[in-house]
Design a protein around this ligand. Structure first.
Ligand SMILES: Cc1cc2nc3c(=O)[nH]c(=O)nc-3n(C[C@H](O)[C@H](O)[C@H](O)COP(=O)(O)OP(=O)(O)OC[C@H]3O[C@@H](n4cnc5c(N)ncnc54)[C@H](O)[C@@H]3O)c2cc1C
Length: 326
């Protein structure tokens, strides 16, 4: 690692002031489970001058339950989502997603905000500097995506224009299915955006002086069935090859609302709008679920080695639609 200044922020305002002062040359550190690896392997073209520790900010690591919603502080460790009876009762798909992330040790340290903002796991992007130098690509401000002509078995099958790395966050997939919004703090105050608008093809919408403060999820509708499914190569400790989160309301056997989100298929989590619209007004059964799954993957354009992900994604969408209604 190279040397850098390390500052313990005592408040969100102080963290924002520091981010403003360093103007893109500082990084926030929450649990550090992603950032420290990124720094050690020197995968980024520029090295931060300062690391701002935000774990020292009090009050950002709790769940605040309101009348109509819950606010999850950005520093809430993933383990707290798993151990909370409130999350289990109201947002079981979020709990299911958190359980699939990494290992107990990582989940004790990793925070919800850090999970949403974690860097991509593309093996070209993450190639360590100490073994022959970093590999350049669009995401590092250069031209080209080595995955297009290379080994792309875990890369995007839809929605990619330049970079084919997939968004690795399971928590974001779950939260988007729940319609979560982000409270973002910045130099001009706070703003709120839907989490589904957070990601961009090469990163996210955060300005250099902004940070996520909290994630808000509204109360679930009654009769809503929530499911999170994840296909991995290895059972314990593995990132998704494909994941699917579904949040479906069924009234008198008919689907009245549906949110279906695909993970690890594109540089951002993907809402399956066509499948959601198709399900509305229908009684869910195998035939309908198969048709919805086909619609969810209709826009897929696989690379040379990852067409297999389409079949996995279709199967997960079908299973998610049918689960808990059988
Ligand atoms: C072995 C292993 C297996 C893993 N498996 C999975 C998996 O299966 N699924 C999955 O989803 N993830 C997985 N991960 C990733 C893991 O979940 C993330 O490393 C973790 O959630 C990041 O949280 P953190 O608090 O440690 O973030 P940090 O490492 O502290 O930060 C990560 C990034 O987010 C930024 N950041 C942190 N907090 C904020 C904030 N509040 N506002 C703005 N920016 C912020 C940091 O500046 C940094 O760029 C795995 C990681 C490891 C090491």
């Amino acid at each position: 690692m190279k040397s850098f200044a390390h500052v313990n922020a005592r408040s969100v305002d102080e963290a924002i002031q520091l981010l403003t002062k360093y103007n893109g040359r500082a990084k926030l550190n929450a649990g550090g489970t992603d950032l420290i690896g990124v720094l050690k392997d020197r995968i980024l073209p520029g090295y931060p001058e300062a690391i701002i520790n935000i774990k020292t900010i009090p009050g950002l690591g709790t769940l605040e339950k309101g009348e109509d919603s819950v606010s999850i502080g950005a520093l809430t460790p993933l383990v707290n989502l798993i151990e909370s009876p409130f999350i289990e009762k109201n947002y079981p798909l979020l709990q299911e997603a958190a359980k699939t992330v990494a290992s107990p040790q990582v989940r004790n340290m990793a925070t919800v905000g850090g999970n949403i903002c974690q860097d991509t796991r593309c093996w070209y992007y993450r190639y360590p500097d100490q073994i022959g130098g970093i590999i350049e690509c669009f995401r590092k401000g250069k031209k080209g995506c080595p995955a297009v002509a290379g080994d792309n078995r875990y890369h995007a099958i839809m929605g990619a224009a330049k970079c084919y790395a997939v968004c690795p966050s399971d928590i974001a997939v779950a939260l988007i299915a729940l319609g979560a919004t982000l409270t973002i703090a910045g130099a001009e105050g706070s703003r709120t955006i839907p989490l589904e608008d957070f990601y961009t093809p090469l990163g996210n919408v955060l300005a250099p002086e902004e940070m996520i403060k909290a994630i808000r999820i509204r109360k679930p509708f009654p009769s809503t069935k929530q499911t999170f499914l994840k296909f991995t190569i290895r059972k314990p400790i593995d990132f998704a090859v494909v994941s699917v989160a579904s949040n479906i309301t069924i009234e008198q056997r008919i689907c009245t609302r549906a949110r279906i989100v695909l993970g690890a298929v594109a540089p951002t989590p993907v809402r399956a709008f066509a499948a959601e619209d198709f399900l509305k007004g229908k009684e869910l059964c195998e035939e309908i679920a198969v048709e919805a799954a086909a619609l969810a993957l209709a826009g897929a354009k696989p690379l040379s080695k990852n067409a297999y992900k389409i079949e996995i994604a279709k199967t997960l969408v079908k299973e998610a639609i049918l689960s808990k209604i059988k």
